[in-house]
Design a protein around this ligand. Structure first.
Ligand SMILES: NC(=O)c1ccc[n+]([C@@H]2O[C@H](COP(=O)([O-])OP(=O)(O)OC[C@H]3O[C@@H](n4cnc5c(N)ncnc54)[C@H](O)[C@@H]3O)[C@@H](O)[C@H]2O)c1
Length: 405
């Protein structure tokens, strides 16, 4: 199908694989024929977990449901044979730019799903990490996007995203007409809206699709995607995004993915600070760290930051404190997100004093040379290892100013 702009549908451009999905054998629940008429009904209304519905033996629907489902389930045939025709998975060529902490595992999941992924990054370490995941590493943006159905950028900030897309050797100069460009970086809302305009003007489709879930979510394919832009374009690339996602939300028009992401990350910054302060206080009150973490995550102190990033070594595997705060979500990146959220607060007349206080903490960490460390290194300011009284006073002053704003 070719649309008004002459864009061929991605599914037609994509190479179709003969991989078949939904091949789960359901014969494990094959009933014993002697029990079938007296036992509980196992039919299409059965719950996925119990595989039993509420129909008692002899219920009028028992025969209907069970005879209908007998072929499909009770004989133990493959579900795909018995129900709908086998789904074919459309494999695409994907150009991926930015293979860092997030980009390498995300692109690696696309490779594992059978897509052809070509990747580009300035840093050798990032290139090596992605190559280890099966990504074909290219030397230029042009080679990365040549022939790509979908181009994804996963880069540090909007200046870099704009240069990589719009620059003379950038994506727009070399991508295939009709390709869908997805920016999954976290950038500011207005910049995302400008990119929607410039990418469309160049003849491509664009989605702002930032993610939440951290590097553990990237590796597990459980990221939350917040997508701004045309819903029809999202539907075209949904099969690609699904490989990396736990949940996908269409949050509205251009820039609304970033609006959702920045609001979410502002809340993350504040809950991280609360978690760091709670962790230090709990320890100083003589509580066992593991016991406190166990109880807090089933109590009102729970948060994603607590469950995933608890900053006491040996409590949560996914926490960066276990690896001296290397990798993870860099202090510089959380600082950027808070700055962008504060800008959004100013443009909407919203006072955000707690976000401002955490941004100041991030500034302090950057000044201390910890920009590349995971942002949960904030705990070292709370426990005093890195604190300076003068700076604490400045943070307190900001908090009181923002509160009265
Ligand atoms: N790390 C997280 O937990 C996390 C979670 C959600 C969203 N994000 C967002 O995702 C984006 C990427 O985060 P990350 O943690 O992977 O960052 P990262 O710094 O680990 O990776 C960014 C990569 O981009 C590369 N790069 C920079 N300029 C480039 C250019 N001109 N051309 C090609 N490559 C270039 C860098 O070399 C680096 O490898 C950021 O916008 C961040 O805010 C990060």
């Amino acid at each position: 199908m070719v649309d008004a702009q002459g864009h061929a549908g991605l599914h037609e451009r994509a190479r179709t694989s003969h991989l078949e999905q939904d091949e789960e054998v359901v014969g494990a629940h094959r009933p014993d024929p002697s029990r079938a008429r007296s036992g509980p009904c196992i039919c299409a209304q059965a719950s996925r977990l119990s595989r039993h519905c509420a129909h008692p033996a002899g219920h009028p629907r028992w025969a209907v449901e069970c005879s209908a489902s007998r072929d499909a389930r009770h004989t133990g045939r493959r579900r795909s044979q018995a129900r709908t025709p086998r789904r074919k998975q459309h494999l695409m060529r994907i150009g991926w730019i930015g293979l860092g902490n997030m980009g390498a595992p995300m692109s690696g999941r696309l490779v594992a799903a059978g897509h052809e992924v070509h990747g580009y990054d300035l840093a050798e370490a990032a290139r090596e990490a992605a190559a280890a995941q099966g990504v074909t590493i290219e030397d230029t943006v042009a080679a990365t996007v040549a022939g790509a159905d979908v181009v994804v950028t996963m880069l540090p900030n909007h200046g870099i995203v704009t240069a990589v897309l719009d620059g003379p050797d950038g994506v727009l100069a070399h991508a295939e007409p009709g390709a869908v460009v997805i920016d999954s970086s976290t950038i500011d809302i207005d910049a995302a809206r400008s990119l929607h305009a410039s990418v469309s003007a160049a003849g491509f489709r664009f989605l702002d699709a930032p993610v939440s879930g951290g590097i553990s979510g990237a590796a597990a394919g459980t990221l939350t995607f917040m997508v701004g832009g045309d819903e029809a374009v999202l539907e075209e690339v949904r099969p690609v995004i699904e490989v990396m996602a736990g949940r996908i939300f269409h949050t509205g028009g251009p820039g609304n993915g970033q609006a959702a992401k920045l609001t979410n990350n502002m809340m993350l910054g504040i809950t991280l600070a609360a978690t760091a302060e709670g962790a230090v206080l709990a320890e100083r009150l003589g509580l066992d760290a593991r016991t406190f973490w166990d109880l807090a995550q089933v109590s009102s102190g729970d948060s994603w930051a607590l469950r995933t990033w608890y900053p006491v070594a040996g409590v949560v595997d996914t926490a960066a404190v276990n690896r001296d705060f290397t990798g993870g979500f860099a202090t510089a990146l959380l600082r950027k997100d808070l700055e962008l959220a504060l800008a959004a607060g100013r443009s909407t007349d919203t006072a955000l004093p707690f976000a401002a206080a955490v941004r100041d903490r991030m500034d302090q960490l950057v000044e201390l040379g910890l920009a590349d460390r995971d942002c949960s290194v904030l705990v070292k300011l709370v426990d005093g290892e890195l604190s300076s009284p003068a700076r604490d006073e400045a943070v307190a002053a900001t908090l009181s100013q923002e509160t009265s704003a």
